[in-house]
Design a protein around this ligand. Sequence first.
Ligand code: ADP
Ligand code: ZN
Length: 297
Amino acid sequence: MSLFGGIEAGGTKFVCAVGTGPTDLRARMELPTTSPEETIGRVVKFFQNQAKHEPLAAVGIGSFGPIEVHSSSPHFGYITSTPKAGWRDVDLVGPVRRAFNLPVGFDTDVNAAALGEHQWGAARGLDTFVYITVGTGIGGGGMVEGNLIHGLLHPEMGHLRIAHDTQADPFAGVCPFHGDCWEGLATGPSLEARWGTKGQALPPDHPAWKLEAHYLALGVTSLVCALSPQRIILGGGVMKQASLMSLVRRETQELLNGYIQAAEITEHIEQYIVAPELGDNAGVLGAIALASAAAHS
Ligand code: ADP
Ligand code: ZN
């Protein structure tokens, strides 16, 4: 079986691994995201060491964005307009390709995670689904009719505009572009800015969670209406709050108000809005899935 390299490129940390899937991750390394030169240099060195033991068939990169995912573009493989200092217009794919002369799969971190969940996790057997992470930001990816969603650029689900009752919640939101978009109102940093306490320190009965569930359900509802996904996977640090998932499910049902006549939503919502199954390795396994797809394309 071919061996693949996976790179989860995050704004805070990079995770690299070599393997073939969830039951076969042979080596794994985490490193903090510093300068592009240093970070990419360490990544290349990790795979050079690994490739000494056994050659790789392809490498996959799931990256924070915005990124250029269209292979016809001269900037394919670049992180493009990110606000993250030092990382604007950085070529991620080029250095990896030059070092290893292998096929390189490249997509958003969330499309990568979606592909991993499709191959090995909560989206097995589906062809249209959405994967959302609610953490430092909100990111969304997924598939429509069996293809990872791209398009003009790639989806930016975190910046959906959602209804914001400024009387009930006067908080202006933290998105530097939009203030109170989905990400502006419902990420970990917005919880912390609104309530003065990190999400993990807010008790389960705190009113923060009802409001959080309302905002998450507003975004989920829009995605259900726009894409008609067969399932929605909700992950990320904020979803670790134990009571949140069931609150989001109930609120989504209420907001849809019986309009979408599918038993998946009206009767079995606990199988419709679900947690990811690949846990902390979702990102890097997704990158390995991208590598596998690149090797076979
Ligand atoms: P990132 O989005 O940076 O990849 P995570 O998905 O782990 O990272 O999300 C980090 C965010 O999740 C932080 O803002 C943190 O405060 C929040 N968080 C972590 N654990 C919990 C928890 N148990 N309940 C609510 N929020 C949490
Ligand atoms: Zn925004």
